[in-house]
Design a protein around this ligand. Structure first.
Ligand code: FES
Length: 316
């Protein structure tokens, strides 16, 4: 997996627009003909001039390393990063981009693969479908969008994987929630589920797939699920060397740990990229991230958003 510390200065080699306020950006290296390899599900960090860092899935073909392709949806109510890229980035511009990292890998499995994408969540799923298609593995990709005219990358998808494995679900034609329930209420033998999309879609798929066994459901979120509105409580972190780090209610664990002198890398600071992940040894975390699997939650912690009750001993 690449390190977010490795920053490449890539040049915007092409831009085109897709439905749903989405702009597809192709990035190349000015001198090197090939970029670092990536697996389907990988993302890169894009560093913006104001210091913000945003993560974008690589939606191009992992076999074509002459370029990276990202798709940026303009979110006017977002945190500003995507709107800046959408509005300001032009062909020829230079963008600092990290090496690819993958928190959403395709697992080796003999069973069928079910890929579910909602809107712009098609980006990591498209790269997965390309690879599964090439490998001749059994899979179905279910693409959910408000309508055909608002579905980004649909033509690319149809050209890349063909109609055989692709199922479309548009809100203006069918009851998409009912479709999700129909798809996931029974798990085909040996099946693995991968999904990505906006908050409501993520919540619906998570709810309907609750009965799938641990280790068979994989997802990537753009933002953490909506939290209860309980006010954050102060808690205490203890480091491996015994240092006690108080975390006040108005401060993140990440910021408190860093203030105590621990060098901990971070990127999104929003609980979605996994860069700040660390282990915990004792205590009761309150997980608020959108990265860790249920299995991982028994021993891993995301300090940029998660908290704890009482004392949490970290493996740091
Ligand atoms: S910095 Fe991205 S999950 Fe913490």
């Amino acid at each position: 997996m690449g390190s977010p510390r490795i920053i490449m200065k890539l040049i915007v080699a092409g831009i085109h627009d897709e439905p749903g306020d989405v702009r597809v950006i192709e990035l190349k290296h000015q001198r090197k003909p090939l970029l670092p390899t990536f697996e389907p599900g990988s993302h890169v960090d894009v560093h913006l001039p104001d210091g913000k860092v945003r993560q974008y899935s690589l939606c191009g073909d992992p076999e074509d390393l002459s370029r990276y392709t990202i798709a940026v949806k303009r979110e006017s109510s977002g945190r500003g990063g995507s709107a800046w890229i959408y509005d300001q980035v032009t062909p020829g511009a230079e963008l600092p981009v990290s090496a690819p990292r993958n928190h959403f890998p395709l697992k080796e499995s003999g069973g069928p693969v079910l890929l579910l994408a909602g809107g712009i969540g098609i980006t990591p799923i498209l790269a997965m479908a390309r690879v599964l298609c090439r490998q001749g593995k059994p899979f179905e990709l279910h693409y959910f969008a408000r309508s055909r005219s608002l579905a980004p990358l649909l033509r690319t998808l149809e050209e890349s994987i063909g109609a055989k494995s692709l199922r479309l679900h548009f809100d203006d034609q069918v009851d998409t929630l009912q479709d999700i329930e129909g798809l996931l209420s029974t798990r085909p033998s040996g099946a693995q589920l991968y999904y990505c999309g906006p908050l409501g879609f993520m919540a619906a798929v998570a709810r309907v797939s609750e009965h799938w066994p641990d280790g068979t459901v994989h997802f990537e979120a753009f933002q953490p699920p909506v939290q209860d509105d309980t006010a954050p409580e102060p808690f205490t972190i203890v480091l491996r060397n015994g240092t006690v780090v108080p975390v006040p209610a108005d401060r993140s664990a990440l910021s408190a740990i860093r203030a105590a002198g621990v060098l901990l890398m971070a990127s999104c600071e929003n609980g979605v990229c996994g860069t700040c992940e660390c282990g915990y040894l004792e205590g009761q975390p309150i997980h608020r991230d959108a990265v860790l699997s249920n299995d991982a939650r028994s021993h891993r912690f995301i300090p940029c958003v998660s908290r704890a009750t009482g004392v949490l001993k970290l493996d740091l």
